[in-house]
Design a protein around this ligand. Structure first.
Ligand SMILES: Cc1cc2nc3c(=O)[nH]c(=O)nc-3n(C[C@H](O)[C@H](O)[C@H](O)COP(=O)(O)OP(=O)(O)OC[C@H]3O[C@@H](n4cnc5c(N)ncnc54)[C@H](O)[C@@H]3O)c2cc1C
Length: 477
């Protein structure tokens, strides 16, 4: 190997949420070194978790953008890295660019998994005609082709995990006939029990989605998906929501250790001391992240390691908030993954509401809540910050234990946390707005609201609109 080139920057491959968090956190820990980012997509970094809001047209692509990173950071969009030359510490891009590095971070994420079902690929390995995926804004643009939207062309979705469920609601909202096919007994059966799964199924049916469960798909030919029981479903567009695979091609070709993901240790290091990996592409202690929370925890740990030499990755507290029609759904952690000391359930089928929380000690180890919006806000905050639940469990589920004190016991006071990921209150946003942050992106820069899972972006937009109207009314403008 050659000696480290002092002028070479920290180079990051990938411009998704994990990379974005790393760029923010290394400055937080005081690192002022130059950073270069190579992102294969043509767009600035955006909230991937909000893609179905672009699919149903409720958010313009610009509102999904993440704020520009602080400090001396150069971002190259449309720059796809194709080779790592470890001996010369260089990365080559598809357009002939060559980028030196002092250290390299792989944040290449994951790509949709195309199952080995007959007919899904052409002989040269490309997706067959009519087969679509949903991982990027470009995928969204293809799925919302104006001619197909105008013709209300039907879509069949294969896989009712959280992505398949979200996509079904989004496309149904755009008046597309949607069939959702899932081999399991109910949607999201890997996370939801029968009661919660049935409620989600009812909501899908109410939104006009035809749900076909319990039968795997057998084969595809353009226009038709055939199920194992012989049924043939019309599938002008077949949207695959069948999972993702970590993007490990660059690492593998460079001779780095790869199992399912790129293997990293407690300093997020690969087996090359100058190369790290974070986010959906990484595999830490045998675990593939696959969630925003794990990517952020790894980005935080790597930023701290680069600044201070510390090692260790905090356990990620995963919050999944699939966007469904009607009152919200949240899945905290992975239900059933940790033995529970206590399980609290509240079932209100007449109103389509259900909650199940698993506690270890006095803390939430996992949970599913559907329809209890105030309780969703409170329990999510308790879970994310690993805080004890109040002794009055019912008050928690009924949303009466509203505001959570970050230190000390849980208090009963008005619920005003808007961005649960960053603990930003309505008041914080109002103050920032009055201080001049008038757009969602400005508020994100000022308060960090929306820069977590992005689930509060619409709420922040409404706060912006409400404050602007109040000001206009007050000034008569
Ligand atoms: C619709 C949707 C909803 C979701 N909702 C949730 C949710 O509610 N909660 C949750 O926890 N997770 C959710 N997820 C998953 C979450 O978005 C991912 O876990 C997260 O995006 C992973 O971040 P990442 O930066 O590791 O990878 P990615 O977001 O995949 O970003 C990787 C980036 O690297 C780029 N890249 C790859 N290879 C190269 C290369 N060779 N050269 C240059 N650039 C490259 C890619 O183009 C991409 O932009 C959702 C995902 C989708 C699609």
């Amino acid at each position: 190997m050659t000696a480290t080139t002092p002028a070479a920057p920290l180079l990051v491959i990938g411009n998704g949420p994990a990379a974005h968090q790393l760029l923010d956190r290394i400055r937080h820990f005081g690192c002022q070194d130059p950073v270069t980012v190579l992102g294969a997509e043509d767009t600035p970094a955006y909230h991937r978790a909000l893609l179905t809001s672009a699919l149903d047209g409720s958010l313009p692509a610009e509102a999904m953008e993440l704020p520009p990173p602080p400090g001396d950071t150069t971002i190259h969009t449309g720059a796809c890295a194709v080779r790592i030359d470890r001996a010369r510490r260089l990365v080559h891009t598809a357009d002939g660019g060559v980028f030196p590095y002092s250290r390299l971070v792989l944040a290449t994420g994951a790509a949709p998994l195309i199952p080995g079902l007959p007919g899904l690929r052409t002989p040269d390995g490309e997706p067959a005609a009519g087969v679509a995926v949903l991982r990027t804004l470009a995928d969204c643009a293809r799925l919302t082709d104006p001619a197909e939207m105008a013709a209300r062309a039907p879509v069949t979705i294969l896989g009712a995990g959280s992505l398949g469920v979200e996509a079904a609601f989004a496309l149904a909202l755009k008046d597309r006939p949607v069939t959702l096919v899932h081999p399991g007994p109910w949607p999201m059966d890997h996370l939801l029990d029968r009661t919660a799964g049935t409620l989600v199924c009812d909501r899908l049916a109410a939104a006009g989605v035809e749900v076909v469960t319990g039968t795997p798909a057998a084969s595809y030919a353009p226009g038709t998906l055939t199920l194992a029981d012989g049924r043939a479903l019309a599938a002008g567009t077949l949207l695959l929501c069948t999972g993702v695979l970590p993007e490990t091609g660059l690492a593998r070709a460079a001779g780095l250790g790869v199992r399912t993901g790129i293997v990293v240790d407690d300093r997020l290091g690969t087996d090359d001391p100058l190369i790290h990996a974070i986010g959906d592409c990484a595999e830490h202690r045998g675990n593939r992240g696959g969630s925003l929370a794990s990517g952020w925890a790894q980005a935080e740990a790597l930023a701290r390691h680069l600044a201070t030499g510390a090692r260790g990755v905090a356990a990620a507290r995963r919050v999944l908030r699939p966007r469904i029609a009607g009152p919200g759904l949240v899945v905290l952690g992975i239900p059933g993954s940790v033995p529970a000391d206590e399980t609290i359930t509240l079932n209100d089928p007449a109103n389509g509401r259900y909650a199940r929380l698993e506690l270890t000690g006095e803390r939430i180890s996992s949970g599913v809540l559907i329809g209890f919006d105030r309780a969703i806000a409170t329990t999510t905050e308790l879970y994310v910050h690993d805080l004890p639940v109040p002794r009055d469990r019912l008050s928690l589920l009924l949303g009466r234990a509203a505001r959570v004190a970050r230190k000390g016991p849980v208090e009963l006071c008005p619920d005003s946390v808007v961005c649960l990921c960053n603990n930003v209150t309505h008041q914080d946003l109002t103050d920032a707005w009055h201080a001049g942050a008038r757009k969602v992106t400005d508020l994100a820069t000022a308060t960090r609201a929306t820069t977590g899972c992005g689930g509060c972006t619409r709420q922040v937009e409404s706060i912006c609109t409400a404050l602007a109207s109040t000001k206009a009314a007050a000034t008569g403008s």
